[in-house]
Design a protein around this ligand. Structure first.
Ligand SMILES: [Zn+2]
Length: 185
């Protein structure tokens, strides 16, 4: 059977999102407060799901990590101090990935565009600030996790290995410097 359009509808979430009104706009306020927070928690639930998927994988591979370190820019989802690496697990809709999972809802498109653009800018700023502080930033996208998790995790493993090597080298250089530097001679 041929599909009419390329747009893929996010199951369960998209119809709710499409109807979500702009705050304060009474004419389109089709949701009660309770209903709206139910919609939002549904989306958050999806995002938590993909983050859990990554955490389970890390755990199964024996990688240690910390969660949501608020002292770091952008409060990364997963922080791996030993690797000087942070991981963001991004829901495609909220973070404006531009893929099939992130198409704008038909209702209140401007509201959603502004909101998601603000998220995207914040993500960019956070990544720059983290890089400046010497962190490696890995972003994992919902659509990739959904369609090719094996590849996502293979890449993540490679990046973590590289980060570990980098850290080990840095420590070795420091150790050498400490051994060869003999003040007063
Ligand atoms: Zn995506």
């Amino acid at each position: 059977m041929r599909r009419k359009s390329k747009e893929v509808v996010l199951p369960a979430v998209r119809p709710l999102l499409a109807a979500a009104p702009e705050p304060g706009d009474r004419s389109t306020d089709v949701f009660s407060k309770a209903k709206r927070s139910e919609v939002m928690s549904h989306i958050r639930g999806r995002d938590t799901g993909i983050e859990l998927q990554v955490r389970h994988w890390l755990h199964s591979q024996g990688f240690g990590y910390r969660l949501c370190v608020r002292t770091l820019p952008g409060t990364p989802d997963i922080v791996m101090t030993k690797y000087r690496t942070v991981i963001f697990v991004n829901g495609c809709f909220w973070h404006g990935h531009g893929c099939h999972l992130s198409s704008s809802p038909k209702t209140n498109p401007e509201f959603w565009r502004n909101k998601i653009e603000a998220n995207r800018l914040r993500d960019e700023r956070s990544e720059l600030a983290l890089t400046d502080l010497g962190w490696r930033v890995v972003t994992i996208w919902e659509c990739d996790l959904e369609s090719r998790p094996d590849l996502v995790f293979r890449r993540l493993k490679a990046r973590l290995r590289a980060a570990r090597l980098r850290m080990a080298k840095r420590h070795a250089i420091r150790r050498d410097a400490a051994c060869t530097f003999q003040p007063g001679r």
